[in-house]
Design a binder for this molecule. Structure first.
Ligand SMILES: C[S@@+](CC[C@H](N)C(=O)[O-])C[C@H]1O[C@@H](n2cnc3c(N)ncnc32)[C@H](O)[C@@H]1O
Length: 208
């Protein structure tokens, strides 16, 4: 069953106000990292890839399980071609990509699946490459209306989705998931309830 069937056509316009700044920030970060071959893991509508394409990036790949989300990726002037694949067992050989992105995907799955996705990301990213993770981070205090809105949105996304979101928060979110990763270096950017982390074995130049 495609859980995103109803949401897919309105996903980008609905979230534009929240995502635009983060998408641009990811483009900025990516441009300072090796990015010859880029993969967006759980790319959804391919929106982040479209921002990258618009900024001049090439050799872009996306994978997602939802055919409805991928249908959106194939639309528009910066359309991107993506693969329908399970991110927890991808078909790419080891070390295929220089840069991986996982954006707003880890919070919505059972923890063991999110861990498998991270471990797959590590496998397909070159040892000198980087992984950019974008997701909820409630490390700074946020006002209750914003917190409530996030909970309502996540609940609206479905009962299982919400249960996984709460489990993700209870278990320390992105930080906890990335604990034990072989990627050690880290650059941090904080939005309000969201954050971007860059994991790599190397130093990050400007983002060190
Ligand atoms: C909240 S959306 C985020 C989409 C996109 N990364 C973004 O930043 O807008 C989560 C996406 O993860 C995809 N997804 C969930 N489980 C997956 C899996 N095992 N493999 C690949 N994609 C998956 C869903 O289909 C959905 O498109």
């Amino acid at each position: 069953m495609d859980e995103y069937k109803l949401l897919a056509p309105v996903y980008d316009p609905l979230l534009h106000a929240v995502m635009h700044r983060l998408r641009k920030k990811v483009v900025d970060i990516a441009s300072h990292l090796p990015h010859e071959r880029v993969i967006d893991i759980c790319c959804g509508t391919g929106n982040q890839l479209k921002y990258l394409k618009k900024a001049g990036f090439s050799n872009l790949t996306g994978v997602d399980l939802s055919s409805s989300m991928l249908e959106q990726a194939s639309k528009g002037s910066h359309k991107v071609s993506c693969n329908e694949q399970d991110a927890s067992r991808m078909s790419f050989p080891d070390n295929t990509f220089d840069l991986g992105i996982i954006s707003f995907a880890l919070h919505e799955k059972p923890l063991h699946v999110s861990r498998m996705i991270v471990s797959e990301a590590e496998r397909i990213i070159h040892p000198r490459g980087s992984l950019v993770v974008v997701d909820y981070l409630f490390e700074k205090p946020i006002r209750w209306p914003a917190r409530l809105t996030i909970h309502v949105v996540e609940r609206f996304a479905g009962k299982h989705h919400y249960r996984h979101f709460r489990e993700y928060l209870r278990h320390g979110g992105m930080n906890q998931l990335m604990d034990g990763s072989r990627l050690t270096g880290e650059y941090r950017f904080h939005g309000n309830a969201t954050g971007i982390r860059v994991y790599s074995n190397d130093k990050f130049g400007q983002y060190a």
